[in-house]
Structure formats: structure tokens, C-alpha cells
Design a binder for this molecule. Sequence first.
Ligand SMILES: O=C(O)CCC(=O)C(=O)O
Ligand SMILES: [Fe+2]
Length: 704
Amino acid sequence: RTPASLSGLLPPYDQLYYLGVRAYFNEEWEEAAELFENSISTRAALRRARRKCNDECLSAGVDKVSNLDTETGSMWDLSMLDWVQRRAECIRFCLGLSVSRTGQLPVSADIDYEFGTRNPYNFLQIVYYKLRKLQKAASAAQTFFVANPSHLEMRNNIEKYRRMGGVREDAFQDRERELEKHWEVYDSALLAESASDWLRAVERWKECVNETLRQTEECRAQCVVASQGLPEDSEQLRGVYERAAALSLSLLSCKQSCISLVSTRPGRVSPQEDFLPTQLEHLHIAQFKAGDLKGAVQTLRSLLLFYPSDPDNLSNLQLYSDSLEGDSEAQSVGPAQAISEYVNRSLLEKKLLYYGVANLDYNFTDPDLWTPEEVIPESLRGTWREERQKVLEKLKEGEKVVEVDDSGFYAGGPVPLVGVTITMDDKILNGTNRVVLDGVLTQPECDNILKLASTAASLGDGYRGRRSPHTPHEKFEGLTVLRALKLAQEGLVNQSDARLLHGIGERVRTLVQSYFRSHSPLYFSYTHLVCRSAIKGHQEGRLDLSHPVHVDNCILEPETRQCWREPPAFTHRDLSAVLYLNEDFEGGDFFFTDRDAKTVTAKVRPGCGRLVGFSSGPVNPHGVTAVTAGRRCALALWFTTEKLHRDREREQAESLWEADGQSVVKKEQKDGERTGAPARSGRSQGAQGRSKERERVRSGRDEL
Ligand SMILES: O=C(O)CCC(=O)C(=O)O
Ligand SMILES: [Fe+2]
């Protein structure tokens, strides 16, 4: 629905927003909800109106633009002025038909910021929560969270909504997802690539290019219309020519900056460099791998529009064309046409812009790396080259630092178990494919497993009394699921505890499979309950670690920053998880490092029910600091995507249970009830659990 004032014209949305904020602080929830919703939809309607007017006025004064290319001096100014004025008149008339006079005025930078960071949804979330409209509250929470991914309170809120009755899964919809469609496609293109699904990758990259272009076009249209609202009598601008030239320059630079807007993920600061050319690079490689040589040639030609003399692109083109044996006439599918239009228009606009920058003391930072030198006026070339060099160097440095993980995992998926929350994500842990979850075990569960470990150790598991393989200052005990089962069969430990140990593994698998968005099923590779105890009297001045820095699936060589994926490393391990059981010991912190095995990038303090999960590859070197007092127990689990490498011992344990006539899964649930653990499924949560949940909810701006 399009909101409208009495006159039928769009009111200013910033005013509606301010009124909404006031109603909010007066706790007039109904009214606040209506005002916030109204300001959001008015803003959207304004953008649509602008887009329409932009399209309708596209041709106004366009004949003057073509003159600009040849004209110089005052004739250049005159042509520019003519163009700007004609278009401005057309747009002002067009907007006047649907937008009120005040609605046309530019909004303040504060309001721009509020809407840019999606803060209206932060308010709306609370408002809907107060109104008991949980479905809408969940959606507002999700919408805000997408643009503020490090806002952990909102993430916790979302988790809480998931646990509340009456909130359906489809409630967690980003209301502004239209704006991120290209990122959605971008991610799924990367995913298809990592699964070597080339046909799908081709399709996705094409879609991504098209969507990126569409979003850029939309942004540029908004620039055009918004630039009509600049103040009429700015002090610095002397004459009417200067004003016209300045207006057109700010318009052109607004348009150029659209590419950096579109190439910045919501909630991030820095844009993805060279966004469009990068996508084309992915596309032509995917096309090549999928066997579509003609398509690959066509895409390479598009890429060459950005970088006409790039030697890699040229030699690839040669390679592809040779394979085609002359049959290289490109058929017109894919985004080639749109790309060439985009490049040509950008080139013309850049030319005009740089011309203006050289003539009128105007500030402009080029977001593109591909801007050709010919476009830069002689007087600017020196500084332009220097700055570009700086950007390129910085980019190279960044490449060195930013670790890419080719594991195919992609952190950030949902956490599908009741009571489990995300405490640290990639950003907080300064890395890739890392997570810390809390609430994976209850205290009684930790106690039972600890008891199991103690009993097993006292009975003499393989490690009893052994010194740690990593340090002479600690003792090391270990227990596997099968060993626990055998002990249970001998009546030496509780059958239910052995089963719990097994069941916990399933729980962890569900969590990491979902959170790391694994595209293939995960199999257990190895599960090991490990306790490390400080040996009394051997702790003075210890400099070593409880577990030296290592990578789980390759042999790390910190000097060269290489990691050798070969035996004796457990090369098939893909995901690692360590689930902690206690905190009553000294030292024993888990930490991640850089590939140098020295620079600590994040630390995690163990505690009952806390889980560290990470991809097992070279992006995640890690270790454990010395345990200087007490005993530290943890369940270490590794998963593999290769069925061949699954843990046969675990299967053996499972079949022993089956032979006992008891289904492994059913029994684990029963045990859960008996030990007082909450049911681990969102749906089975009873009314009691829910009302308790409500009690914990407190009013406030951020966290429920
Ligand atoms: O116990 C821990 O915190 C980590 C252990 C570990 O990294 C390993 O066993 O590979
Ligand atoms: Fe490890």
C-alpha cells in the first residue's frame, strides 16, 4: 500500500520517523508501529517515484551531453548548464505529481544513517514484541540483524523468537532482502563452485552479474533525482555556471560511488574490490569448467572491456579460441550486452567527471580499479597514478593477510537446537569458519560425562597414568565411545552415561553441520573424551603448552606458512569441534593463531557446555595453554565428508547397542529425561518451558 497524506502526495518520511520515535518513548506502541511502518513504506514509495521520474526524464537535454565531449572552456560550462537545467525541470515537474513539496527536500545525514543502518527495524522489533505480534517482531529483528551482524543481543533475540511458540520459520525474513539479492546469489555461486557444480555456478554467476547491474542502475537513478534537491544558494558557488557544473559533478560522482555501495555487504565497511570484473572472472572459469567454451569466450570479452590489455585475460582468450578452432562467434546470451553498455556509459561519465575535477577544484575518489589512464586529464595523471599504486599495494597486502578457506564450509548457518546460542562468530574470533556456541550441555550432563571419565581413568584406559604426549608436566587420559560401552557392559560404568557420550556426538554433528552449512553429510571421523591434569610440583616456570599449535588436517610449517596435507596428518578431517565439560582448573585456554603459529587471533575459556567449532584446515591453527592446576576435560570430535573415512569403531558400538535390542536414538532421549536435560527439539518444548522463556524477557532497546 502506498501511504499518502490528505493531498494524496507523499509526505516526508523523516517526519513520520521522528513521530514514531516519540511515540515509542511514550510507550504508545500501536501508534509507534503505524508511524514506523509508514515512514518505511513512504521512503520506499519515494524511491519508486524517483526511479520513475528518472526514467521518464532520461532523454531531457540529452542532446547537450554529446556536445560536452568536444566542447571546452565556457562552451563546456554552457552545455553542461543546459543539460542539467532541462533534466532538473523535467524531474521536478514529475516528482511534483506524486510527492509533496516537503517530501522532496533532502533528509538530514542523521536520517540517512538511521535508515542505512536499518535502525527503524531495531525500534520496530521492540514495538511488535510489546504488541505481542511475534511474527512481525521476529522479522524486524532479522532485518536489523542482517545489517548489523555483530549485534549479538539481536542475534540472541532471534534465537529467543525461534524458541517461542507461535513463531513460524517463515517469520525470520529479511524485509529488505530485495537489496541484497545479489549477495544471496553471490554466496550460492561460491557454494556451487566449492562443490564443483559448474553448471550451477555458471547459472548463478550470470544471475549475480545481472543482479549487480540492476542494483547499480537503481542506485544511479536515485542519484540523478536526489541531486535535484541540492541547496540553491551555496556560498562557495559564485556564478550559475559553477553551480551547474558543481551539481553535475556531484551527480556524476554519486553515480560512480554506486558501485562501491552495491559491492559492500550489509553490515560491513569495506566494499568487495573490483566487484563486476571479479564476477566475470569467476563466470568465465565456471563456463570453461562446464564445457561452455563459447560462453567463456564471450565472458572474457566482457572482462576485457574492463581490462583491455590484461595479459592473463588475453592468453586465456587465446586458449579458449584455439580450442574452439575458429568457431568463436559469440552467441548473445548472458550479460554481455548489459556489461558493454555499463562500461561505455561509465567511461563517458568518468571522462566528464575527471574533466570537471581538473577544472573545478572538486574532490572525488574513484571506486573502480579498472579506470583507464586515457580517461584521466593530463594535469591529474601524476597524482592519480600514485594513488592507484597505493590502492593496489594495499590490496596485495590484504591478499596476504586474508586467509581463504577452500573447505567448502560457510559459517553463519542456523543453530537448530533449543538452548544453544552463538557466543562468538568469525568476526569476534578474527578468522574464517570458527564459532563458539554455549548451552550445548546442561550441568547434569557435564557432571555425568566427567564422572564417566574419572571412572574410566581409575579403571585403566589406555592412557592412565601416562604422561601427556605433548608435555611432561601433564597427565593425559582418553576414552572413546566404544571403550565406554565395553565398560558399561562389564557393569563398571553406567550404561546411560555411555549412551549420553554417544548422543552428545550426534548433537554436535547436527550443530556444526547446520552452522557451517555443509553441503554434504558429515560422518564422524573420531571422537575422543580427553582429560589433561597438571602434575603437582612440575609447574614452576612452565613455558610449554598443553597442546602445541597445530592444524588438525595438515602439518603446519610456520616458517613458510605452508601446511602439508599428507600423512601422518589426519588429512580427511574436515570439521573440528571441542566440547568442554568443566572450568575448575588453571590455564588450559584454547586459542587460535595465525599461520605463523605465534600471533594469537582469539582465545576461548572452556566451561561446561561450551563448544568451539572450526574447519579443520590451514585457516585454523590452534593450541591449548598449559594446564597448571586441576584437571581439564573435553570431548574432541572430528567430522569428515568422506563416508570412506567414517569412524568404524563408533558404528561397532552402535551395532552392539542394536544387538541389545535397544534403538540408540530412543534410548538417548529417555536418558535425557531422566537426567533432567531439556528436550532438544523446538517443537517438543512444553508450555512450561515457554512461559519460563517469557519470564526471562526484559524490556529494553536491544536485548529482550
Ligand atoms: O582440547 C582442546 O581445547 C583442543 C584439542 C585439540 O586441538 C586437538 O585435540 O586437536
Ligand atoms: Fe586440534
